[in-house]
Design a protein around this ligand. Structure first.
Ligand code: M6R
Length: 359
């Protein structure tokens, strides 16, 4: 039930700190060690490459998961769209391991890939929010997201839950391999910090609503830009914006702008820059300057330690590997308020279904 909330999406955005704490509880013990089925960990350690297969928001979460998995496990990770992978399967490594990401566990595009893999006898794990769902039953292993029912078509808490559970999985494998970067990573503590930071951002929602009025209430298009994980967040942020507010929004790798996209910038085009990565912050700021000089209306979301006073939204610092869990929150609220202000139904956007059961 949505209780006093006007829309499920807002309720589900608000629930994310609780979901983070639930994941800590379900997947870590009192001293912060991970609790993941040993059989899954062993299978992954025995593999030479991880293939993440998913659609939509789950696919976008997969890219953040890749960064985490590679850092903690030293196993290369590829991320694929189910609808492409099934019909254009890449050359597989000798010992592949497959991770399906699916909130509903019913997505047909993902299922057709799993059916093919099962015929080949290849090992698979599904991360899903729905126990007993098709992708859960048909994969070898399942990890539940514990996000609680997600009703709004626009996925929010499933995205952050997928990233958090992938972080737990990455640490479980990394610890088992005695990788230093993994052993040093106090994930349970970092996730509890994340939960608190999510709360502070959610508390700022009315100022986000005002910024949306200023930047997005009448625009036809908008761009999110970032590098590395900030690019992955830009992809998800723009999917959220387009699917419910119908603003033509695209997420771009900031460095690619000058290779074509910058031609689209006109007087007043909103460009939302995501800056949470120290290595690339200066470069993304350079790209923002380039678009500004061509008329863009820049909106910067930055991490405290990398922020400038003129930035529109500043997020408290969190562990560098987990920044997408917090930088995504304002972008979910941006999509929510843009949709409200334009007068559309937040929970039920046109042409879309919550779970996509046709290929
Ligand atoms: O249930 P799934 O995670 O497999 O769904 C995948 C996509 O259909 C889904 O994430 C879709 O992109 C959402 N509407 C995004 O908000």
């Amino acid at each position: 039930e949505k209780g006093t909330y006007p829309y499920y999406m807002l309720k589900e955005i608000d629930e994310q700190p609780t979901v983070m704490r639930r994941i800590i509880q379900e997947y870590t013990d009192a001293i912060g060690d991970t609790m993941i089925d040993e059989k899954i960990v062993k299978k992954i350690i025995a593999s030479d490459r991880i293939y993440v297969v998913a659609c939509g928001t789950s696919y976008n979460a997969g890219w953040v998961g890749k960064a985490l998995l590679e850092k903690m496990t030293n196993i290369p990770v590829e991320v694929h769209l189910s609808s492409e992978f099934g019909y254009n399967m890449p050359l597989l490594s000798e010992k592949p391991f497959f991770i399906f990401l699916s909130q509903s566990g019913e997505t047909a595009d993902s299922r057709q890939v799993l059916v093919q893999l099962n015929e080949l006898g290849l090992p698979s794990l599904t991360l899903t929010n729905v126990a007993g769902s098709t992708l859960s039953r048909e994969a070898d292993y399942t990890l539940l997201l514990h996000a609680g029912p997600e009703i709004a078509v626009a996925s929010t808490k499933a995205y952050t839950a997928q990233i958090a559970v992938l972080a737990v999985l990455a640490k479980a494998v990394g610890d088992s391999k005695k990788n230093q970067s993994s052993l040093k990573f106090d994930l349970a503590h970092e996730l509890s910090v994340i939960a608190a930071v999510m709360e502070t951002i959610i508390d700022e929602k009315m100022s986000i609503s005002q910024l949306v009025e200023e930047y997005l209430s009448t625009t036809r298009n908008a761009f999110y830009i970032g590098r590395g994980v900030d690019y992955f967040v830009s992809m998800e942020a723009s999917l959220k914006l387009k699917e419910i507010s119908y603003i033509q929004a695209e997420g771009f790798a900031a460095g690619e702008l000058k290779h074509g996209t910058i031609a689209l910038i006109e007087e007043g085009t909103p460009v939302l820059g995501v800056i949470t990565d120290r290595k690339t912050a200066a470069h993304t700021r350079g790209n923002l300057k380039e678009v500004e000089s061509r008329g863009a209306h820049n909106f910067v979301i930055s991490l405290g330690s990398l922020s400038k006073e003129t930035d529109q939204l500043i997020i408290p610092d969190v562990h560098p590997l987990l920044t997408p869990l917090v930088s995504i929150i304002p972008t979910q609220l941006i999509a929510y308020f843009a949709t409200l202000q334009r007068g559309y139904d937040v929970d039920k956007p046109r042409n879309l279904a919550k779970s996509v059961t046709v290929e």
